[in-house]
Structure formats: C-alpha cells, structure tokens
Design a protein around this ligand. Structure first.
Ligand code: ADP
Length: 236
C-alpha cells in the first residue's frame, strides 16, 4: 500500500518541470525529497496532492488512479499536506482554525472540535487552543499548520519545507515530531527540506531530484556516496 507517482511528467508551457518521475511513499515511513532550487520538489508535492495534474503518467493511491481528482478529493481520500506559508485564519483562535478543517472534511462541528482538541493534545500544544492564530510565534504557526494537516487522521502527509526559518533546536524538535507522526500514527510522510542534514537524520529513504528528474534514491549512505548528488549540489 503506497502513494506513488508513476512516470509523471509536468510541463508549464514549453518548460518541463518534471520528466518521468516515479517515487513511492510508504505507510509509517518518512521519505525525503531533496534537490537544488527549481529541481521540481514542490511540483511533485502539488502533483501528489491534486494541486497539479500530471500531463503524463499517473498518481496512484493504494491501487487507485487519482490523476484526475481535485485537491479536496485527495484530502478526503487521506492525503494531507502543509504549505510553505501558513494559511491560517488570523481572526479565529487555534482550535477554531483546526475545527474548520474538520468541518471542511465533512465532520459535524462538535466532532471537528473534538478532533482538533485531540490533535493539539497529541502534539502537546493544548496551551495554544484559545490563542488567536494571528500573532502566533512563527514556530507555533508552523506546528499548527502540521496539526491542521493531521485533522481527519490522514494516511499520508506531505511536508513542504516545514523547518524553513527555524533554529537548529527547533528543527531538531520538529524532526522528532515527524518521526512520531510516522511511527505512532503509521502515517506515510514525504519531507521536502533545504536542510539536507535534517532529511538524512529523519528519512530511511531519500529521493533526489535535479532538473525535474530523479537522479538518485536510496538510504543515507547511498545519498552521501552519490557522485550524481554531489554534482547536482556542488557542480563537481
Ligand atoms: P523546487 O520546489 O524544487 O524549488 P519547483 O517544483 O517549485 O522546484 O519548480 C520547478 C520548476 O518549475 C522551476 O523552474 C519553476 O520556476 C517552474 N515552475 C513551478 N511552478 C510553475 C508554474 N506554475 N508556472 C511556470 N513555471 C513553474
């Protein structure tokens, strides 16, 4: 059972952002996705979550072809994501923000509030429940974005640069949270990060993109030993 891209191609006008990209996200594991700027990482996440349709190839969720489904169809099917920038409703408190997501997924209001409280409790963020989303410290805002993605118990979670702008210590805490999401909840995670050290510390399997193609994949040792990866990052 996996969420996969099969030979996916995406073009913007004449520009090929992805060419024959295949990758798989397995339940209970954190898969890393790295590559230089413009490599196609965000386009992969957009394609895996219904925000971008593949021009060629397929997106497959547990055997089901998802390629033509809109983004909300992916979310309802159990594929959640975070965004590079927050997207919280500033005027609402944290609990209401999360509850809104639950209502959007078809839960009744009371059930959505219950789900929101449970996720906050699981993350140790109960203290933030009635804080307005506007004015939250940056790191808390990033954590609430993850909490929001966990509403409705998704099977897959795609994290687009969740550690951007965090200190080493905050990034290490976040790494611990992502590990728990995979191991305790059994969620299949895809982690995109500029912080390659963070990816290698969390992910058993890492996929490397460059110029819209998969140039390497494997475990930490494979990535660190790869001439193709060195060339993509350092041109040598
Ligand atoms: P990454 O996340 O690895 O930095 P992206 O997936 O954001 O890379 O982008 C891959 C390439 O596709 C980049 O060259 C980018 O400029 C281009 N691109 C991304 N989205 C669009 C779009 N909507 N229209 C045109 N070009 C795009």
């Amino acid at each position: 059972m996996t969420l996969t891209l099969e030979q996916v191609g995406v073009a913007f006008g004449g520009f090929r952002a992805l060419t024959e990209v295949s990758l798989a996200i397995a339940p209970g594991q954190v898969t890393g996705l790295i590559g230089p700027n413009g490599a196609g990482k965000t386009t992969c996440v957009n394609t895996l979550t219904g925000f971008q349709r593949p021009d060629t190839g397929r997106v497959v969720l547990e055997g089901r072809d998802m390629s033509r489904l809109p983004a909300h169809g992916f979310r309802r099917a159990g594929v959640a994501r975070t965004f590079q920038a927050g997207r919280l409703f500033g005027g609402l408190d944290v609990l209401d923000n999360l509850a809104c997501t639950g209502v959007g997924l078809g839960m009744r209001r009371a059930a959505a509030e219950q789900a929101a409280a449970e996720v906050l409790h699981w993350m140790g963020l109960e203290a933030l429940e009635s804080r307005p989303a506007a004015g939250l410290p940056y790191t808390d805002e990033r954590r609430i974005a993850i909490a929001r993605a966990l509403i409705g118990n998704p099977d897959y979670l795609l994290l687009d640069e969740p550690a951007a702008g965090m200190s080493e210590k905050e990034a290490a805490d976040l790494a611990g949270l992502i590990r728990r999401i995979a191991t305790e909840k059994g969620i299949g995670c895809l982690l995109i990060e500029h912080n390659v050290g963070l990816v290698l510390s969390v992910c058993a399997h890492v996929v490397v993109l460059d110029g819209g193609r998969v140039i390497e994949q494997g475990d930490r040792a494979t990535i660190l030993g790869s001439a193709a990866v060195r060339e993509a990052y350092f041109g040598a």
